[in-house]
Design a protein. Sequence first.
Length: 369
Amino acid sequence: AEGSTHTLMATVSQYACQRRTTTENNNKIFTDAFEVLAESYEFNEIEGRCLAFRRAASMLKSLPRAVRCLGEMQDLPCLGEHTKAVMEEILQCGCSFEVKKLLSDERYQTFKLFTSVFGVGPKTADKWHRRGLRSFSDILADRSIHLNRMQQSGFLHYGDISRAVSKAEARSLRNIIDGAARAITPAAILALTGGFSRGKEFGHDVDFIVTTPELGREESLLPEVIDGLKKQGILLYCDYHASTFDVAKLPIRRFEAMDHFAKCFLILRLEGSRVEGGLNSAEGDGRGWRAVRVDLVSPPMDHYAFALLGWTGSRQFERDLRRFAGAKRGMLLDNHALYDKTKFLAAETEKDIFAHLGLEYIEPWQRNA
Ligand code: 8DG
Ligand code: MN
Ligand code: MN
């Protein structure tokens, strides 16, 4: 099987939703380089090139083994002149000069540092960079800088929330959210989504769907869950967005980053969380807790499957699902619904949605595109 590279790789689809991508990445040497380049284009708001590198990285992640020579690239999709040149250089020299240059670039480093703060995106990073600010102490010392509530929490909990969340911590959080939801209604439904539902060992946050079978009830459920967490004294930050979901306004033709379901972006206090090695803040300063990012979304039950598919990710998998639906099927897919020209296609499960799209079912753990 190792030798038959031609047949192995000639069949790779340009769409992530037609590939099976586990957490095992055999081409990390290339995808790490592509991620730096994609980030740099993102910082400079050159969206096309950013996407090209993300798409190429995603395709490489799905391959059963490492790309070993130039010849093997010919039959692979999603690779352009620039991506191929970078790969060629890595094959020949072990690294890319362009990537090396970026990693030591002052602007790239500053943007990377600033955008690592919760609530800081490329636009804010750019604004701060233009003002000549280069470090956190520069920002915090500048009296003319106004930090919004999200950024204030981002700085306050920086050490904790920039540290990866473990599977065990995700399990503890699941119990906490489950308890809070069940205290409100025993019929509450809780589902793990995001990276942990794809089998990842670590995440930057933990994502859940919290809802109830009773239609309409889900809208008030989320504020009540938040209130419960607050009463437990573990709510460190809450950015709540009430539902703006309206079936009458579907389909939404303009692409929107956020869906319209009730949702919240939280920082919770997780008790009894210890860091192996003990070097990090949770132990270092004698605390027995850590701050952790949690996202909750609350769709009405008749749109549950679409919300689950949309929040399971990965982001690249989602992008390609939508792109595939449009380009190959003339359909419109988002986190709310699937729309086929004149009618909505109902779905109770993710499998139903894949079937509507004429796609083989891809398990969540195969969606690490
Ligand atoms: P990680 O946290 O382990 O690093 O990875 P992840 O779980 O895949 O990433 P994520 O940033 O937590 O996003 C999980 C999914 O949530 C992703 O497929 C996109 C989806 N999502 C939406 N809307 C929104 C939104 O408005 N904000 C965020 N943060 N995520 C959203 O569909
Ligand atoms: Mn996540
Ligand atoms: Mn998230």
